[in-house]
Write a protein that binds this ligand. Structure first.
Ligand code: 5RP
Length: 236
């Protein structure tokens, strides 16, 4: 499954493999999105196939749903599951309080809904994702397409009063067209460089009409499994 991996892919793989050990027979499992989460889905698929692990997975994106089915994981919807035992997902940044920036893969809305509906959220990440303060990675905000430029202007205005270092906002593109999420929305990437008060920012952003959700995951993650390029794994 792994072949010759670069140090970063090895770090993602070992984190995913360690987190897969947390999944037990009969669990309903939230399956994250992104390259690290894809390793997790492959590891779980292997356990289903080779060890007879019986789980039902709730994917956080169409991409993950396709991969989960391909590797033999039974896929159900969140509404069928109602509640999940565990969600395992990647992240773009995490800090010492296990707060996160997510959404680099554009799946933040479904990821946040699924993680919030879980007894436990475990993040899998390479060590490079750990930061002192969130915000070097652009913060994604999912916005509805109607009037997105007006929403961007509103966010720009709102950022003036916020404890951030940068205020550029870009529309995420997919080639020469705006990126479209699984829910049919667009993503604005907020280049803030440093977020002084993530809690205040998350609340204020979600109050703006047009903003569906933001990529700050605060008080949601319980554990981060950190992988290193030399194969070491640490739990936070
Ligand atoms: C997708 C996400 C991903 O978990 C995040 O972007 C990390 O991705 P990767 O594992 O590929 O580095 O939030 O919306």
């Amino acid at each position: 499954m792994t072949g010759d991996l670069s140090p970063i892919d090895k770090a993602k793989f070992v984190a995913a493999r360690r987190a897969a050990d947390l999944v037990e027979d009969g669990m309903r499992v939230g399956l994250g999105t992104g390259s690290t989460a894809a390793w997790l889905v492959r590891c779980l698929g292997e356990a289903v196939r080779d060890d007879g692990l019986k789980i039902r997975g709730v994917p956080t994106s169409a991409r993950t749903a396709a991969l989960a089915r391909e590797v033999g994981i039974e896929v159900i919807s969140l509404d069928e599951a109602r509640w999940l035992d565990i969600t395992i997902d990647g992240a773009d940044e995490f800090d010492a309080d296990l707060n996160l920036i997510k959404g680099g893969g554009g799946a933040l809305l479904q990821e946040k809904i699924v993680a919030t509906a879980s007894d436990r959220m475990v993040v899998i990440a390479d060590a490079g994702k750990e930061v002192e303060a969130l915000g070097a990675f652009p913060l994604p905000a999912e916005v509805i397409p109607f009037g997105w430029q007006t929403t961007r202007a509103l966010i720009e205005e709102t950022l003036v009063g916020m404890d951030v270092l940068g205020r550029d906002i870009t529309l995420r593109m997919n080639g020469d067209r705006p990126f479209v999420t699984d829910e049919g929305n667009h993503i604005l990437d907020l280049h803030l460089r440093r977020i002084g008060n993530p809690r205040q920012l998350a609340l204020v952003l979600n109050q703006l009409p047009g903003v569906v959700e933001n990529g700050l995951f605060l008080d949601i993650c319980d554990t981060v499994v950190v992988g290193h390029g030399d194969g070491r794994v640490e739990l936070r």
